[in-house]
Design a protein around this ligand. Structure first.
Ligand code: AHG
Ligand code: MN
Ligand code: MN
Ligand code: MN
Length: 333
């Protein structure tokens, strides 16, 4: 079997398919190098002293874990000197990070959730990194406003999953591909050349402890899944919830499923748990590119015009027919 590496895949995307310009290819390579370094730290855990709390809060009001901070630093330091970026934005930083003047600036904006699934770090359950690449509008300052583009404008999106294997899943708008990190060689090997989400599924993911706060449409939908064979759907459904979005989404990219973190009434200032720019948009681009769908319940996520860098949003994504059913229940509610 011919071993295709990330570098080869990207060069082919650039040369043969004219999918990506050379600068975007090089930018993705930089991110892929950074996530290798994060993977090493995640893998060392207590040996490297990276577990536990950092003792600080982020702009989201969450207590930061040491690995949230370490992963954020790795991404900043690996990317700032590359010359392809105008600025970066992160779940862990209140404001966009301008490229220091000592380095050349480029045309892209990089956004990331450096460490997704923080509650799983200290219990050795899979965590990940999510990233999104936008183009900086021509002539614009690379400030917060430059980042406020709908998800349809993303030129690339991906995630790394630090599980039993370290994986990199990527889209440049030409389907979804997955690479496995060969730890001995330090290379990304193409292991999933065409990731597709089946249209139908019998598996769903939701944090059911929030059931009392859900919208009527979600109560109706989940109620029908739980009712199984005896209910209106006439079949049994299984439930899985890792609580690392990256791992939950990777499962549905592998064998189908629907993932939901819907709007709930816990805190009226937060219309959802997940962040539009660092989680919902990149994952929605990947899911759509794999033939699935991604909705807030009442709108396609990629069409949402962002108003704030750190804005939160309801997320329903995965197997197309199930996501469309949820949207229909919202329309009928
Ligand atoms: P993060 O660790 O980046 O703050 O994100 C965690 C998110 C997401 O990964 C996951 O799906 C969700 O939070 C889990 O939330 P619950 O703890 O409410 O289940
Ligand atoms: Mn967080
Ligand atoms: Mn996250
Ligand atoms: Mn995070």
């Amino acid at each position: 079997m011919r071993r295709v590496t990330l570098t080869q895949y990207l060069i082919e995307q650039q040369r043969e398919h004219q999918r990506i310009p050379v600068n975007l290819r090089l930018q993705i390579e930089v991110v892929a190098r950074a996530v290798k370094a994060i993977s090493v730290n995640v893998g060392k855990g207590a040996i490297a002293g990276v577990l536990g709390e950092a003792g600080t809060d982020n702009v989201q009001g969450e207590a930061q874990k040491q690995l949230d901070v370490v992963a954020n630093e790795i991404l900043l330091l690996s990317n700032e000197w590359g010359g392809h970026l105008a600025a970066m934005a992160s779940e862990e930083m209140p404001l966009p990070y301008a490229i220091p003047n000592r380095y050349p600036k480029g045309e892209y904006l990089l956004l990331f959730d450096p460490l997704d699934g923080s509650s799983n770090i200290d219990v050795n359950i899979s965590v990940g990194t999510i990233f999104s690449v936008l183009r900086c509008p021509e002539g614009a300052e690379a400030d917060e406003r430059a980042f406020l583009q709908p998800g349809t404008q993303q030129v690339a999106a991906g995630y790394a999953l630090y599980g039993p294997q370290t994986l990199l899943v990527l889209t440049v708008g030409d389907g979804v591909v997955g690479f496995t990190l060969d730890r001995e060689f330090g290379t990304w090997v193409l292991t999933n050349p065409d990731m597709r989400i089946p249209e139908d599924t019998r598996e769903y993911a939701i944090n059911a402890s929030n059931a009392r706060f859900w919208d009527p449409a979600i109560r109706r939908y989940i109620g029908e899944l739980v009712a199984g064979k005896e209910g209106p759907r006439g079949k049994d459904f299984n439930m899985r919830w890792v609580a690392s979005m990256v791992a939950d989404v990777h499962r549905l990219l592998t064998r189908g499923g629907i993932f939901m973190y819907p709007r709930d009434k816990r805190d009226p200032s937060k219309p959802g748990r997940l962040r539009l720019m660092y989680e919902a948009n990149p994952m929605s681009m990947i899911v759509e590119q794999a033939g699935g769908a991604a909705s807030t319940g009442y709108q396609r996520i990629l069409d949402v015009q962002p108003e704030q860098l750190h804005q939160r949003i309801p997320v329903v994504l995965g197997s197309r027919n199930e996501v469309e059913r949820v949207a229909q229940y919202y329309a009928e509610a």
